[in-house]
Design a protein around this ligand. Structure first.
Ligand code: WTA
Length: 650
């Protein structure tokens, strides 16, 4: 967003005060900001007390060896007990935990907390039988079905560390994650349903297993679609056979608060995805507390987060946060067709809805007649996550979906932060379209300049976090040094998020997108270098440069510039499609470039660094910026000429 648009919106004074009835009953009140700032540890202690612990902690925070934090030191806890068993013990066993909505019309299933607890116990027994022990890693590659939640909680129950790989990622992506964290067991399904047709997960696992050698001893397969799959005797087992015959009795062990819960791989500014490590007590505290306070959760709410479990939003705000809070929620398989989401809201009387701006922009394009034909009066709070929400989308979301009565919380956070960090509180904080407003109580965020000084109101800079928080990542899997270098080395004692931000004249925070080589496509994080590596692994490609160009619907889109090898000639008429498919095969369909331009040269500095800034100018159809530092300043003319040719050919 440019400054002009920003100031226009502000001058229009679009500001929404919290509705009075929410304010009166808000879970967290205005005073929390000051109380938490005065004593953050006491504040987070209150949050931790909402959970069931085996042993209570002796110390809230150990920050003697930054950036390595320990939260609730000495405490013991079991995440699966908090997400299932304790709700049954409290008499809520009959409450629906998950209203599952499968993709084929009418394929639905309700799972109560009692059923969830039973299934988790059975799966924990099955994993134990398969030799899974505390500390082992288990990879999960599944569609959006209740078994994925059961599998995660069963790992957590045993203290086995899960790593969920998004089902849309490729066999290669799965293999590299399995190898990096040394997972010996993979849980998957024969397939899932996407856009009306069964997708194949098991074949991708088989392909990945060829790459990982005999590292993985067991592949546990849920039967979801019933399609034929290859079977590897001795390695592959059906979930319904192995889990199905187990007892529903399982004695949980209380794990140390700092025991690792999961590793989630995410893209960074280098080619290799980083394994973000989260631990148990702090993570569960941070996610359950923010889920309760940011959505102002009440007992009779029906909650729905549309994220896939394969991303951090699915982990924190579909699995751990909501289930620890004993919520009734919707889980949706597949992709939304016109109106299908609104029908779910109508049918299940969803009251809290959490989705990404890219989805909102897609629905905006389809027109308001579609949502207008459903009864969505059950909604009371709306959330947005994953990328900056443009004010137009915000206003549409608030008025068309939320009927102008539901507050919208724009929640900023990351895989690394584990929990929501910057967001309005619906009954407390005023909201402005496009702004995440301010750090939550107990969180200390700032916008700083190159020298780490706070910027004055009305200016932009880098977003940093100044104090540890419970759900913060503890390190990168197997790489403490990279953890320090990536997040903590730019400025002493500050966590550098990688995002640009701005404070408006009131001091409220506006997120402005990434300032590093990470792109955000439809709310999914992708690394430019990772896609470049995928492109140059194709035999016809000599060099590649990738940029994220702004896109009306997806926020950003992947644009690639490639130089072909001499032997490849002009690559043939289908070279662009061939390369797009290659990227999808190497990483996953979400990484497919929207456009690939075959160019004779790439703009480089004298030291050989590719100037992506100039390529971005081309991709966004702008006047080319300053070219004086280029080794050969005529390169841009060649690229522009090629671009003009390819656009006229379209
Ligand atoms: C971006 C997703 C603006 C940001 C939870 C961050 C946002 C990255 C917002 C993390 C928001 C997330 N406004 N930008 N409300 N939420 N982002 O790890 O660039 O997949 O650094 O976590 O998404 O993406 P990740």
């Amino acid at each position: 967003m440019n400054d002009q648009t920003l100031s226009n919106l502000l001058s229009e004074d679009r500001r929404f005060e919290p509705p009075a009835e929410l304010a009166a009953n808000a879970n967290v009140k205005e005073e929390a900001y000051e109380r938490a700032a005065a004593d953050p540890e006491a504040y987070w202690e209150t949050a931790a007390e909402r959970l069931d612990w085996g042993q209570k902690w002796d110390q809230v925070l150990d920050w003697t060896n930054p950036p390595f934090a320990k939260w609730f030191v000495g405490g013991t806890i079991n995440a699966s007990v908090n997400c299932a068993d304790r709700h049954v013990a409290a008499g809520n066993g009959d409450r629906v935990a998950i209203h599952w909505v499968g993709e084929p019309e009418g394929d639905t299933r309700d799972v109560t907390y009692a059923e969830l607890a039973d299934e988790v116990a059975k799966a924990a027994n099955a994993l134990t039988e398969l030799g899974v022990r505390k500390g082992d890693r288990v990879a999960i590659y599944m569609p959006m079905i209740p078994e994925v939640v059961v599998a995660m909680l069963a790992c957590a129950r045993l203290g086995a560390i899960h790593t969920v790989v998004f089902g849309g990622f490729s066999a290669d992506a799965l293999a590299s994650r399995v190898i990096d964290c040394d997972a010996r067991v993979v849980i998957t399904a024969d397939g899932g349903f996407r856009r009306g047709a069964p997708s194949a997960l098991k074949p991708a696992v088989d392909e990945a297993m060829e790459k990982v050698g005999d590292l993985v001893r067991t592949v546990l397969v849920v039967r979801r679609t019933g399609q034929d799959v290859d079977w590897h005797e001795g390695r592959d087992l059906w979930w319904h056979e192995v889990v199905g015959r187990q007892s529903t009795e399982h004695e949980p062990e209380m794990h140390d608060s700092e025991h690792p819960l999961f590793v989630m791989y995410t893209s960074g500014s280098t080619g290799k995805p980083k394994g973000i490590l989260h631990t148990t007590g702090g993570y569960l505290t941070g996610t359950s507390w923010t889920h309760w306070s940011v959505f102002d959760l009440k007992d009779d709410d029906v909650y729905w987060c549309t994220a896939d479990v394969g991303w951090i939003t699915g982990h924190s705000y579909l699995v751990y946060g909501p289930l620890a809070n004993g919520v009734t929620q919707v889980m949706f398989e597949g992709t939304p067709e016109k109106g299908s989401w609104w029908k779910v809201i109508q049918d299940y009387k969803v009251s809290i809805f959490y989705t990404a701006p890219t989805a909102i922009r897609t629905f905006m394009k389809q027109g308001r007649e579609i949502p207008d034909s459903y009864d969505m009066s059950s909604l009371r709070v709306l959330g947005s996550v994953g990328e900056p929400i443009n004010p137009e989308a915000y206003v549409w979301y608030r008025s068309v979906i939320g009927g102008d009565r539901c507050p919208v919380v724009d929640t900023w956070w990351q895989t690394e932060t584990g929990q929501i960090m910057i967001s309005p509180l619906p009954g407390v904080t005023a909201a402005k379209p496009g702004s995440a407003m301010k750090a939550l109580p107990g969180i200390s965020a700032d916008v700083v300049d190159d020298d780490a000084h706070s910027v004055p109101n009305g200016t932009g800079g880098y977003l940093v976090l100044k104090q540890p928080w419970p759900a913060m990542l503890r390190t990168l899997w197997g790489d403490d040094q990279r953890f320090k270098d990536t997040y903590w080395s730019r400025w002493e004692g500050l966590y550098f998020a990688g995002d640009g931000a701005k404070r408006d004249d009131d001091g409220d925070i506006w997120l402005l997108g990434r300032v590093d080589d990470v792109m955000n496509v439809s709310g999914h994080r992708l690394s430019t270098t990772e896609i470049e590596s995928a492109l140059v692994s194709h035999p016809k490609v000599a060099e590649a440069a990738v940029v994220g160009a702004s896109d009306e619907t997806t926020g950003q889109a992947v644009i690639a510039f490639v130089i072909l090898r001499e032997a490849a000639g002009d690559g043939g008429p289908d070279i662009v499609e061939e390369l797009r498919k290659h990227v999808a095969h190497e990483i996953g369909p979400i990484a497919k470039p929207r456009q690939i331009m075959v160019v004779p040269e790439l703009p480089k500095t004298r030291s050989g660094k590719i100037m992506r800034r100039l390529l971005k100018d081309v991709a966004e159809n702008r006047e080319i910026g300053d070219v004086t530092t280029l080794a050969d300043s005529t390169v841009m003319d060649l690229i522009k000429a090629r671009e003009a040719e390819s656009s006229s050919a379209d």
